[in-house]
Design a protein around this ligand. Structure first.
Ligand code: AMP
Ligand code: TRP
Length: 326
């Protein structure tokens, strides 16, 4: 079985964009890949975090991932800081990383405007490379914004291998399909984002049924009144149709047929109900898990144990190659 690894930051509020663009894929790929999912708290602290919030967000994210269908029996779900091999390998990789390469990273340049020129932020991609290379994955599913970090990881793997002998596999990017890019409900020209100025931009996975209905009701629409998929001239309704399609399994043309002769209000009402219907079971499972911290922690401890087993194997080869006394 091939191996897939991904990481996700515990930064609060998962929305349907995260679900359709990332989590749903992981859940589907559990059938054909050995999946590792790391909740990357060490990455989260590269920008200032409130400690209590971080702890809460980390556990909330873990519970939500399981509620969305990440199956702890099949996949290895763990908290990054529970597996010390990540920071250990990151240190070794730091010693072969030119600072200039890190300074060129787009995400670093963006984030330092807000967080300051901190060493942890600069070294973020090195830790991400360690996350990945420890598990020798075949593929890493990423959004476009992470391609640069993945390319950096591949370069680093090649560099290490050519200097010390072959240890690391060069993983391939599994690029999330453009169709999985969900746009903001209040502005269909930008992608749905939890950091949008208004919470009406997104449907959070934990939004109440009333909130879901309300947000869909006030979502912007385009001129005209027909339900037709056309990203250029009808970006807002096309985005809502993409969401409808992803949650219902219907194709866009089936949706067009179903709503032929009907208006935006009918379509929106149904979309609201569809989302309530699909998110309610996730929320129910989430609540069960969050009531029982012990069960959730047991899942995460067991994930960390399995991850540690795999990661330490790679790490001990690395240690031998660089000349540490074992
Ligand atoms: P973020 O929290 O923005 O870093 O996103 C976490 C994951 O969700 C990444 O894999 C993103 O590619 C995915 N994601 C975030 N926003 C969207 C969106 N609006 N549409 C599709 N995927 C998204
Ligand atoms: N940097 C990624 C993001 O912001 C999160 C991440 C950390 C990651 N380590 C990873 C993603 C390893 C994939 C593989 O989305």
């Amino acid at each position: 079985m091939k191996t897939l690894l991904s990481g996700i930051q515990p930064s609060g509020t998962l929305h349907i964009g995260n679900y359709l663009g990332a989590i749903k894929q992981w859940v589907e790929l559990q059938k054909s890949y050995q999946v590792f999912i790391s909740i990357v708290d060490l990455h989260a602290i590269t920008v200032p975090q409130d400690p209590q919030e971080l702890r809460k967000n980390t556990l909330e994210l873990a519970a939500l991932l399981v509620a969305c269908g990440v199956d702890p029996k099949k996949s290895v779900l763990f908290i990054q800081s529970h597996v010390p091999a990540h920071t250990k390998l990151a240190w070794v990789l730091n010693t072969i990383t030119p600072v200039g390469e890190l300074e060129r990273m787009t995400q670093y340049k963006e984030k330092r405007e807000r967080a300051g020129t901190l060493a942890g932020l600069l070294n973020y991609p090195v830790l991400q490379a360690a996350d990945i290379l420890l598990y020798q994955p075949d593929v890493v599913p990423v959004g476009e914004d992470q391609l640069q970090h993945l390319e950096f990881t591949r370069t680093l793997a090649r560099k290490f291998n050519s200097r010390f002998g072959k240890v690391f596999k060069e993983p391939k990017a599994l690029i999330q399909k453009e169709a999985a890019r969900i746009m903001g409900l209040d502005d269909p020209t930008k992608k749905m984002s939890k950091s949008a100025p208004s919470p009406n931009n997104f449907i959070a996975l934990l939004d109440s049924p009333e909130e879901i209905r309300r947000k869909i009701k006030i979502a912007v629409t385009d001129s005209g009144r027909d339900i037709r998929y056309d990203e250029k001239s009808k970006p807002a309704i096309s985005n809502l149709m993409a969401i409808y399609s992803a949650f219902s399994g219907m194709t866009v043309s089936q949706i067009e047929k179903k709503y032929h002769g009907k208006g935006y209000a009918d379509f929106k009402r149904d979309l609201g109900e569809l989302l309530v219907e699909k998110l309610t079971p996730i929320q129910k499972k989430y609540r069960e898990l969050s009531r029982d911290d012990k069960k959730l922690l047991a899942i995460l401890r067991s994930g960390a144990k399995k991850a540690t087993g795999v990661a330490n194997k790679t790490l001990s080869v690395v240690k031998r190659k660089v000349g540490f006394v074992l």
